[in-house]
Design a protein around this ligand. Structure first.
Ligand SMILES: NC(=O)c1ccc[n+]([C@@H]2O[C@H](COP(=O)([O-])OP(=O)(O)OC[C@H]3O[C@@H](n4cnc5c(N)ncnc54)[C@H](O)[C@@H]3O)[C@@H](O)[C@H]2O)c1
Length: 291
């Protein structure tokens, strides 16, 4: 989607961190933006930022929990009523569910999967039919994580599971959406300076009851950002470029490349040699992908 000026983006979790960095960059690129977020305090400070940048006329905000499907439909109605259309959907809202898998309960899995993966599914099912009916093309951005490709070896079962699913979702819908002139990008960020450490404090009661990760979350809430963690506005600008170029993968940290190479080499090494007979039989059912 080369032309962004005058078009509209809807960004979940758009009032803080990476979502806000994307909102800023899209506004700078001339778009109108609706930020949708669970936290009214984040919405208030985000709107103050756009006031101070003298861009508040391009921005609207709506309170939304991405696990609430009826709320999602109302938020979409609001975006269309306010801006007359939506061309870019950014499924970005996410929570950092971390802790030993042995301590992780149903409540923890439900929270992590329902927000990090279910939120994107809800976004897709709410917006895609409307964007297709609008007939003006567009773009979908999913905020995954480098954990989707190289999950930390400990403590990230829920988070990495959800993020790997977002990567697979992005790859598997791309070809179909291209038929509607809707591009797809998946963000694979390394560490950024954001407020994600606070997520546990805002965990809704229904996911708090029975959680095994309360102590980890209380400790995490006090974690300081490392000075070398990246600035979300930079990722916002990378996202603008990816939308314009219809680039599928947006990777922010080259330092993780060696780890990815090791993983891919191990996966490739696990493939058995080609059996020509089987390949012939498979070819009839499912032709090999073109180069
Ligand atoms: N911070 C990092 O280093 C990093 C790295 C890789 C990926 N990510 C991903 O980036 C995305 C944004 O996270 P962030 O780091 O900017 O954190 P953040 O906490 O600064 O921003 C996330 C925003 O999402 C909102 N949110 C949380 N749950 C929500 C819900 N149920 N419905 C609607 N809004 C909700 C929060 O209120 C917050 O404003 C997440 O998907 C996260 O997994 C972050």
């Amino acid at each position: 989607m080369e032309q962004l000026e005058g078009r509209t983006a809807f960004i979940t979790g758009g009032a803080s961190g990476i979502g806000l960095g994307i909102a800023r960059a899209l506004v700078e690129a001339g778009m109108q933006v609706m930020i949708a977020d669970l936290r009214p305090d984040h919405i208030a400070s985000a709107m103050e930022l756009f006031e101070s940048l003298q861009k508040s006329r391009q921005v609207a905000a709506v309170e939304l929990d991405v696990t609430d499907r009826a709320g999602f439909a109302r938020a979409a109605d609001e975006a269309w009523a306010r801006f007359g259309g939506v061309h870019v959907l950014v499924n970005n809202a996410g929570v950092g569910v971390t802790g030993s898998v042995a301590d992780t309960t149903f409540a923890d899995w439900d929270w992590g999967l329902e927000v990090n993966l279910g939120g994107a599914v809800n976004g897709l099912c709410t917006f895609l039919p409307r964007m297709i009916a609008q007939g003006e093309g567009g773009h979908l951005v999913n905020t995954a994580s480098l954990s989707a490709i190289t999950p930390p070896p400990r403590g990230s079962a829920v988070y990495a599971t959800a993020k790997a699913a977002l990567l697979a979702m992005s790859e598997s819908i791309r070809e179909e959406l291209a038929e509607h002139r809707i591009g797809v990008s998946v963000l694979l960020p390394g560490p950024f300076k954001t407020n994600i450490r606070e997520a546990g404090r805002y965990r809704p009661a229904r996911y708090r009851e029975g959680s095994g990760l309360g102590a980890v979350e209380a400790k995490l809430a006090k974690r300081e950002d490392a000075p070398d963690w990246a600035d979300p506005y930079d990722l916002g600008r990378m996202t603008v470029d990816a939308i314009r170029a219809d680039r599928l993968y947006v990777v922010t940290h080259g330092e993780f490349r060696g780890w990815a190479e090791t993983r891919f080499a191990e996966i490739l090494a696990a493939y058995p040699p080609v059996d020509p007979e089987l390949l012939k039989a498979m070819g009839r059912r499912r032709p090999p992908r073109p180069e």
